[in-house]
Design a protein around this ligand. Structure first.
Ligand code: NAD
Length: 486
């Protein structure tokens, strides 16, 4: 049995879609694994009228629907409900009373987590009232805040939110969720790098030619145009998930395996990211918008429901990142993400430099490539040079492969389970911190403002392809090509 965690979690937005689909099933898994035993309580709150019994049924139903299980009655009795309008200061008093009651009842030692599963415009308001209405404990080991995405829609809005949060919470109390950081194979980047000298010693400009990060989707905008047309791939996928994955790839080895040291190492890399001028954006970034597929059976973006006919929104982004550090000078990090691409995948391809071919053959040798495949199934591939079987001494690339097994997969916690566990445990290693978020916004804002100032002809890629031709040309100019071709 693992060591029991003692805590009270208040879920704001407890009747919402995310709570039902992900959060309650995750808490149940933590209970089944023994992290939560006797000393825990969960308070759900939202603006909906509901009794505690009705809420307990809501939680049981969510576990039935999303885990196909009947929740243990002993688990469900730890759940309580309090209606509150989070924009009304007076509504926090009954919530406070309930928190204090459950704290006593389950002997929770004043350890509190507040999870904001609510619309982002409320994040600052809730943080403010948690402090002013005195819901934070003064005698416990911790008060922690878990925040859903997005964290702002620009550097300016993110900074405003950050200022609101930091009036009530210090940085080490804030757990900003980026569920990509909760993915097993993203967490495996660090193990591969720092656990294997062959990679750790070669993880620099002397041995690495370029690094490629791909987050591709096959779906189009579906029914989310209202949101997506204001965000685009740049803000929806690059600013957050892609940049956080890049953080694990670009960082130095942390001085020790703690969240503070990990964040410090990542921030050193983030702070060395080159922020582009408009001219550099034109050179280093490509935007795309999907048209119909080749057979003309799928809509182009401009024909999708609720998309303005003249939308300049990007549904695809590819670009080059440069880090001005001793480790990375001159090594391009290529990133790309888009909708309606040939395949749904998240992957990292690390292309190593190759030596001259000494095998009496003028052909250059293929480069070694380490591929970390995050989705749809966890896999590591390492493509190396070996001998061909023919009598003449010829070479060929071969691939060493490891795949997550069905057993491993069954035991792998979902990102939300892991993130809730880590917050309860006070481990901020797999959360986005303010400095990294701020740099990512400054980087993305520079690209967005350059694009806002220039018109682009759309559509410029066919649904079902791997994006605009310009994204291939971007790499070709540097003498490179995308490893993954869909
Ligand atoms: P939702 O609309 O389904 O639920 C929102 C919740 O907030 C409801 O419980 C509602 O009662 C409550 N609420 C709204 N206004 C309130 C008020 N004035 N006072 C008190 N409660 C109020 O939203 P969701 O899909 O569950 O998303 C919640 C958050 O999680 C958002 O920040 C979203 O961006 C993020 N998120 C959601 C998903 C997802 O899969 N649904 C995935 C990633 C991130």
């Amino acid at each position: 049995m693992p060591k029991e965690i003692t805590t009270l979690v208040t879920f704001f937005g407890a009747t919402g879609d995310l709570a039902k689909r992900k959060l309650f099933p995750s808490v149940y898994n933590l209970y089944k694994k023994g992290f939560l035993q006797e000393h825990f309580a969960i308070i759900g709150t939202s603006r909906q009228e509901m009794t505690t019994e009705e809420f307990q049924t809501f939680v049981s139903d969510s576990i039935k629907e999303f885990m196909q299980e009947d929740a243990d009655a002993d688990f469900i009795r730890h759940f309580d409900y309090e209606k509150a309008d989070i924009t009304v200061a007076a509504d926090y008093a009954p919530l406070k009373a309930k928190i204090e009651k459950l704290d006593q009842e389950f002997a929770l030692n004043g350890n509190r987590i507040f999870y904001m599963s609510i619309a982002p415009r409320f994040f600052g308001t809730v943080a403010k009232y948690l402090k002013s209405e005195e819901l934070l404990s003064t005698n416990g080991e911790f008060n922690r805040l878990m925040i859903e995405k997005p964290f702002g829609v620009s550097f300016e809005t993110a900074e405003k939110l950050q200022n609101e949060l930091s009036d009530a919470f210090s940085e080490d109390q804030v757990y900003r969720i980026d569920h990509y950081l909760g993915k097993e194979m993203v967490q495996n980047i660090a193990t591969l790098r720092f656990g294997n000298p062959i990679f750790n010693n070669a993880w620099n400009k002397d041995y690495i030619d370029n690094i490629q990060v791909t987050l591709s989707e096959t779906l189009g905008v579906e029914d989310r145009a209202g949101y997506y047309d204001t965000a685009g791939a740049l803000r929806d996928m690059i600013q957050n998930h892609t940049m956080q994955v890049v953080g694990w790839l670009a960082m130095d080895e942390p001085t020790e395996w703690t969240d503070t040291a990990i964040r410090e190492a990542k921030n050193k890399a983030f702070n060395a990211l080159k922020i582009y001028t408009p001219e550099e954006v034109a050179e280093n970034f490509v935007r795309g918008q999907y048209g119909p597929d080749a057979a003309n059976t799928q809509n182009g973006y401009l024909q999708e429901k609720d998309v303005p006919a003249d939308s300049q929104n990007n549904t695809y982004v590819a670009g080059k990142l440069e880090f001005a550090t001793d480790r990375w000078n001159g090594v391009p990090f290529y990133i790309r993400s888009g909708k309606r691409l040939a395949a749904k995948t998240t992957r990292i391809d690390v292309v190593f430099k190759q030596d001259a071919n000494i095998f009496n053959n003028t052909q250059p040798l293929e480069k070694n490539v380490l591929s970390i495949i995050v989705d749809p199934e966890g896999k590591i591939e390492y493509s190396i040079i070996a001998k061909d079987t023919t009598p003449e001494f010829k070479t060929r690339p071969i691939t060493l492969e490891w795949k997550v097994s069905a057993d491993d997969k069954a035991q792998t916690p979902e990102p939300y389970e892991r993130m809730i566990h880590d917050t309860m445990d006070g481990n901020g290693s797999n959360f986005a911190d303010w400095n990294g978020v701020a740099v990512a916004w400054k980087f993305v804002d520079a690209i967005q403002s350059a694009w806002d100032a220039t018109h682009q002809e759309f559509p410029n890629y066919v649904s079902g392809s791997m994006g605009p031709v310009a994204a291939d040309e971007l790499l070709a100019r540097d003498g490179h090509k995308w490893v993954y071709e869909g």
